[in-house]
Design a protein around this ligand. Sequence first.
Ligand SMILES: [Zn+2]
Ligand SMILES: [Zn+2]
Length: 273
Amino acid sequence: MKTYPKSNLHTHTAFCDGKDTPREIVLAAIDGGMESVGFSGHSYTAFDESFAMSYEGDALYYEEIRALQREFDGKIKILLGLEQDAFSEPVTKEYDFLIHSVHYVHANGEYHSVDESRPLVEQLVREHFGGDYYRFASDYYRTLADLVKQNPNTVIGHFDLVTKFNEDGVLFDESDPRYLAPAMEALDALLEQDVIFEINTGAIARGYRRMPYPASIFLHRIAQKRGRVTFSSDAHAKENLMFGFDQALHLARAGGLGSITLYTKNGWQDFPL
Ligand SMILES: [Zn+2]
Ligand SMILES: [Zn+2]
């Protein structure tokens, strides 16, 4: 059985909605024999501080991760990143990497979370999209398609997050063209740029889903168009730094991907599957 460098760049700490301190994460990563670990705190979003970093917290986070990089130099590759929401203020500091994600839709002058809870999503779709989940999803995908501006090696977070509460199709039919057409349009737009898609296992670790993002139909399309994919655990606790990567590997192979892109001590590298 082939082995791959152990790496995960999608990690949340107590600076946002994660459980552990950055130091606890680094120590767990070293313990687990990881080659690299990246921090991707939720970017400051003025309209919602419930799970993102505060304005002051963002500055402290930045300093703390930079200090850990110096302290652990030579022991593990630590990266300072940000999970940059589409509706956050533009990035003003230098980061080692960014994960671009969409967590909200903008409707009737307000921002609404798409991934906080199923009752909130139901309420949102009822009140702002006339009960039409396809219009809601297409709104999400339009934002996603627009968000990446020529950022080489940018990572796209959880491509189809909008399905988070749709296990077994309880809210809408994911094979319906009204869902698939805007999703594929967004995927194709992103594939035209040099982005890296995640196979993101975070919602499994937290008990929301059985399968990682994205759905296999999207993985097949990425494979077909020779797009790049990485593993990500979207860890909110140190126990989950490499959660579900065996399943992710299996899905990558089943999706027909020829290689996986991982962050090694020498930077991004492609590994044949
Ligand atoms: Zn996210
Ligand atoms: Zn995340």
